[in-house]
Design a protein around this ligand. Structure first.
Ligand SMILES: Cc1cc2nc3c(=O)[nH]c(=O)nc-3n(C[C@H](O)[C@H](O)[C@H](O)COP(=O)(O)OP(=O)(O)OC[C@H]3O[C@@H](n4cnc5c(N)ncnc54)[C@H](O)[C@@H]3O)c2cc1C
Ligand code: SF4
Length: 436
């Protein structure tokens, strides 16, 4: 399965591997599949990514965007092959050659049992450390467990990943919130030598538009959480209803698809981005879905108003992206005059991302952690924060599109940094920043 033309002579790294934020050896595991070595294949994936069940189902598959095969026909189905080996393992359990190592090294605390925290704890355990994850919720998996709909990622699939990670010696303590129940000082007193913080983003962002507080104007994360584990269990709730969604990214699509599955007849997405900029999201939408889920690209929302019959109107206008500012590089948004229009719907959902809940973090660290523009500041090679021995990764350090495999890559790199920190070795020497 090796396509030698894919491996540049100088770097020796294939474009799909470069594209994967976790650096999974794509060619290696695809080759093993071609030889019928399915368990060996998933074991190889776990060298760089301990969540193959998750990534085989919902990874954004940035690897495929780089795949040279797309210039002939379609990219290699890298994510689907990962799903295949995970399904194989589920049907033939307990055959992995990866075994737990003796945990003779120091205790490390990990805050948050999402993709980032689970990955960090897994690699720490495999290096012989004793990682304990403290999770504020009553479930493992983070936002992919709480928010991603079951039809995309079932609890059962995610449990396979979490069980494997636990089998390496990772301890997980649920219902324990950093900030509310314990602090950094407490962690030190308990004998933990280093900390990795990966608490994700849960505060819904909005555009602060007039009308966002009207009845039936909702926010994405609450909508999804309520549908998955909350009290909203009326199967008829959205039958025949229409939705206007502000935002057109992956989370917006989850809202739209969930609404359609619950009976909604039409979904309009409104996004300032172009079709080209959203292509990675659009590639996963089926043609049939596109018939009921319509995209309004390069469109901005002015406000939300209520119609005389009680429905909501999304008042929009078209925009054009101007040339980048020579100093800041930012591209201005210019309104196209005379392009105003409205979309009348039953529900409006704002899906433009989430922000950091700073209160527990500041409480837990006595305001000592540097936070800028709502993100925890880290060294982008080592993931160390401004407090020595405290590392951070995942959504809370991102300033661009977030996805699970990014958090996984962060967790693994932070685990390597923690190992160096505890051994008293230079955190940076010989390391390359993959994002460069
Ligand atoms: C609706 C939705 C759909 C998505 N779909 C995809 C997708 O299809 N593909 C993809 O790759 N990515 C997707 N993402 C993004 C992806 O889920 C995230 O990028 C990834 O999960 C981030 O991992 P994390 O570990 O940083 O944070 P999280 O997964 O959010 O985990 C953080 C954990 O920390 C816990 N926590 C929070 N505060 C505290 C505290 N004070 N003390 C202790 N624990 C705490 C939380 O309860 C949570 O369990 C989606 C995100 C959303 C919201
Ligand atoms: S983890 Fe995601 S990006 Fe990486 S190889 Fe697998 S599907 Fe591709």
């Amino acid at each position: 399965a090796y396509f030698m033309g894919c491996v540049p002579f100088l770097t020796g790294t294939a474009p799909c591997v470069v594209g994967c934020p976790a650096g999974v050896d794509v060619q290696g595991y695809v080759s093993l599949i071609s030889e019928g070595k399915f368990q060996e294949s998933i074991d190889l994936i776990r060298e760089m990514n301990p969540l193959p069940y998750l990534c085989g189902r919902i990874c954004t598959a940035q690897c495929a965007l780089n795949c040279n095969r797309q210039h002939h026909d379609d990219p290699v189905a890298i994510r689907e092959l990962k799903r295949f080996v995970s399904d194989y393992e589920a049907a033939h359990p307990n055959n992995s050659k990866i075994k737990p190592v003796k945990q003779t090294k120091e205790k490390v605390a990990v805050i948050g049992a999402g993709s980032g925290g689970l990955a960090a704890a897994y690699y720490l355990a495999r290096m012989g450390y004793k990682p304990t994850i403290f999770e504020k919720g009553d479930k493992t998996g983070g936002v992919v467990r709480y928010g991603v709909p079951q039809y995309r990622l079932s609890d059962e699939a995610l449990d396979h990943d979490v069980d494997f990670i636990k089998s390496m010696g990772v301890e997980i303590v649920l219902n324990k919130e950093f900030g509310a129940n314990f602090t950094l000082e407490d962690i030190k007193k308990e004998g933990f030598e280093a900390v990795f913080i990966a608490v994700g983003l849960y505060v819904p962002k909005t555009l602060r538009l007039e009308g966002e507080d009207l009845p039936n104007a909702l926010v994405a994360i609450d909508f999804l959480l309520d549908r998955k584990y909350g009290c909203a269990e009326d199967p008829e709730e959205f039958k025949g209803k229409t939705f206007g969604i502000i935002g057109g990214g992956a989370v917006a699509v989850d809202v739209g698809e969930t609404a359609v599955r619950l009976g909604a007849t039409k979904v309009d997405f409104v996004d300032i981005l172009t079709e080209e900029a959203l292509k990675n999201v659009l590639k996963d939408l089926h043609e049939a879905e596109r018939e009921v889920m319509k995209y309004n690209f390069t469109t901005s929302t002015k406000n939300i108003t209520q119609e005389p019959d009680g429905k909501l109107a999304l008042n929009c206008y078209k925009i054009e992206w101007g040339e980048p500012d020579p100093e800041t590089g930012r591209r201005p948004l210019n309104k196209v005059e005379g392009s105003d229009f409205k979309i009348v719907v039953d529900y409006v959902v704002t899906a433009i991302g989430q922000g950091l809940d700073m209160v527990p973090i500041n409480t837990a660290t006595d305001n000592k952690l540097k936070i800028e523009r709502g993100k925890i500041v880290v060294d982008n090679l080592t993931y160390e924060t401004t407090i020595p021995g405290v590392f951070s990764g995942g959504d809370i350090i991102f300033d661009s599109l977030m996805c699970a495999v990014d958090a996984i890559g962060d967790g693994r790199e932070a685990a390597y940094s923690i190992d160096r920190y505890i051994r008293g070795v230079d955190l940076k020497e010989g390391r390359i920043n993959k994002k460069d």
